[in-house]
Design a protein around this ligand. Sequence first.
Ligand SMILES: Cc1cc2nc3c(=O)[nH]c(=O)nc-3n(C[C@H](O)[C@H](O)[C@H](O)COP(=O)(O)OP(=O)(O)OC[C@H]3O[C@@H](n4cnc5c(N)ncnc54)[C@H](O)[C@@H]3O)c2cc1C
Length: 301
Amino acid sequence: MVYDAIIIGTGVSGLSCAIKLKELGKSCLVLEKGSLTTAKACGGGITNKALSLLALLDINTSDFLDHDAKIVTKTKQFFSDGSIKVYDYTKQSTAIKYAIGIKRQSFDSVLVKRAMKAGVEIIRDYHVESIFYDSFVHVDDFAGKTLVYATGGVWGNQQDNLNSTKTLGMSINIEAEMNLTDNVFYFYIDDAYYGGYAWVFPNGTNRWNIGVWQKGDFRSLKENFEQFYANTLSNKVTRFISKESPKSGYICCGNAEEYLKKDNVYYVGECARFASDQNGEGIYQAVLSGIKAATDICNNS
Ligand SMILES: Cc1cc2nc3c(=O)[nH]c(=O)nc-3n(C[C@H](O)[C@H](O)[C@H](O)COP(=O)(O)OP(=O)(O)OC[C@H]3O[C@@H](n4cnc5c(N)ncnc54)[C@H](O)[C@@H]3O)c2cc1C
C-alpha cells in the first residue's frame, strides 16, 4: 500500500495533520520513536486560539476537563519594577473566551484518543532513521506519496539553516495547595531570563506547572529555574504534596510560515521553527501547521 502521507512524530503537529488527513479521506501512517504519551517538557498552557483550532478537529474543552484540566480566564504578568499587567480572556472578541491549563501528558492523550477514533494508523517505538526517495517516499518497507516531518524542537536537524531563534525552557509539575488562584496563568518577567519569563500555570486540582523560559545564556537556565522554584515553594505553596522530575527542552521559534514544503516533503510544528518568539507558545502553531499541511496534501493529490 502507498499511503497519501507518512508522518514522523505523534506530537501536536503530527497528530493534528493525521486527524485532518483522515477527515479529508486520505490515508496516513504515523511513526513515533517513543511511547504515545511520553511526558514532555511543557507548561500545558493551551490558549483560546489553540482551543478554537482544536475544535475544528473535534477536540473540545470537555475532552480536556475530563482530564482534570483548569479553565483559565486571565493572565497576570508581574514585572521586576513592580508593575502588573492583566489580560482578560473573557473580554476578548474571540468565540472561546478562556484558555486551558492541563498536564501535557493528559493533553497528548486527548489527541491520541481522537486520532485513534479517526482511524489513524500509528506505530510507536519506531525511530525513523533513514528515508529513501524515488517517485515515492520510503521508510523501510512503508511507502508514501508525501512525507511529513513533525519531529519537534530538536536543534540540529536538517532545518537548521532556517532564520530562527533557539530558546530553552525548563519546568516541573507539582501537586500542592498554593495561595494563587487556579484560573490564572502567572508570568514573572525579569532581565535574568533574557527576554523570556518564569511562570506558574494551574494544570489540575492542586496541580501546577512551574517553569522558566530563556532566550539567551542557557547556562544560567538551571540555576534560574531552581531559584524560581525554591522562591515559589517558600512564598506561594501552603501545603506541598508531591513533585515530578523537572524537564527541559528547546523551543524553536521564529518561522512565520504555516508549514514548510520542499517537493513532496513537509515540515510542521517546531521542526519548522514555528513557535512564537514573543511568548514561546508552540501548541497553537503546531496544530495550525498540521491542519494546513494536511489540506495542502489533499489539494495536491
Ligand atoms: C519547557 C517548555 C514549556 C512549554 N510550554 C508551552 C505552553 O505552555 N504552551 C504552548 O503552546 N507551548 C509550550 N511549549 C512549546 C510546545 O510544547 C511545542 O511547541 C509543541 O509541543 C511542538 O509540537 P510538535 O508537534 O512540533 O513537536 P512535539 O510535540 O515535540 O512532537 C514531536 C514528536 O516527534 C517524535 N520524533 C522525533 N524524532 C523522531 C524520529 N526520528 N522518529 C520517530 N519519531 C520522532 C518525538 O518523540 C515527539 O513525540 C513549551 C515547550 C517547552 C520546552
